[in-house]
Design a protein around this ligand. Structure first.
Ligand code: PXL
Length: 244
């Protein structure tokens, strides 16, 4: 049960590869991590990012997959259309089952990508993925559909070109799940907190971990929604100062 995250590094360990590895470990699978871009940030402020070259991302992926059998991966911050293209090439080459977190903007407001990646995600990555996990803003960018309510979310969900969950943190806790065209609405209580940095990363990492533990896609999504909800309730995300 070895899984992989292909994502950016948040040195404050709230988001990106470092938090993905922690989620994998917490759920009981061994996580490997491929770095697409470094960032300088903390939970309050995003300073800058420095991408890794496509060649070196490829070498990292090849070096891990040369030694380890991996079935499920997640992708997070991919920074540029060129990196998206490379990652979809590697997914096909190694027959990987990919959960795509279509990261575009950090919770703290920083731009995690060189440009609007929706086009490249739709063209190269989503057609080769088993699931994508956009929040409302990301789903709007992927589909061009404005999401103001549950009906809009369902419409957008049906327009995303692979299985998806549109997370409802900014839609009254209404999560819209679309697996093979079948819609499930999973409403969650919203917890009042500012500590949400990294929750998206944790959701997609948890889904990969539960898939690797032989849960089906829908069960993995539902368990992961609970996992992140409990994490938010326990103050595991964002700044940990309250807990230290
Ligand atoms: O939550 C999106 C995200 C993904 N990846 C990295 C990030 C963030 C948000 O800050 O820093 C590396």
């Amino acid at each position: 049960m070895i899984v992989m995250s292909i994502a950016g590094v948040d040195p404050s360990a709230g988001a990106g590869v470092l938090t993905d590895i922690k989620a994998f470990q917490a759920i009981g699978v061994y996580g490997t991590g491929i770095v697409t871009s470094l960032t300088a940030q903390n939970p309050y402020k995003f300073f800058s990012t420095s991408p890794v070259s496509e060649d070196y991302i490829e070498e990292q992926i090849d070096s891990v997959l040369d030694a380890y059998e991996v079935e499920f991966i997640k992708t997070g911050m991919l920074y540029s259309p060129e990196i998206i293209k490379l990652v979809s090439k590697k997914i096909k080459q190694y027959h990987l089952k990919a959960v795509v977190d279509p990261v575009m903007v950090a919770t703290s407001g920083g731009n995690l990508t060189r440009e609007d990646l929706a086009k490249a995600l739709n063209k190269y990555l989503l057609p080769n993925s088993i699931l994508t996990t956009p929040n409302i803003t990301e789903a709007e960018k992927l589909t061009g559909i404005e999401i103001k309510n549950k009906e809009d979310a369902i419409k957008a969900s049906k327009n995303i070109i692979c299985n998806n969950i549109i997370t409802g943190g900014h839609l009254d806790g209404i999560n819209t799940i679309n697996i093979d065209g079948e819609i499930t609405i999973q409403k969650q209580e919203l917890i009042k907190t500012d500590n949400l940095h990294g929750t998206g990363c944790n959701l997609s990492a948890a889904i990969v971990a539960y898939l690797a533990k032989n849960n089906d896609l829908k069960t993995s999504i539902l368990k992961s929604l609970d996992y992140v909800y409990e994490g938010i309730k326990n103050g595991n995300y964002g700044t940990l100062i309250a807990k230290l």
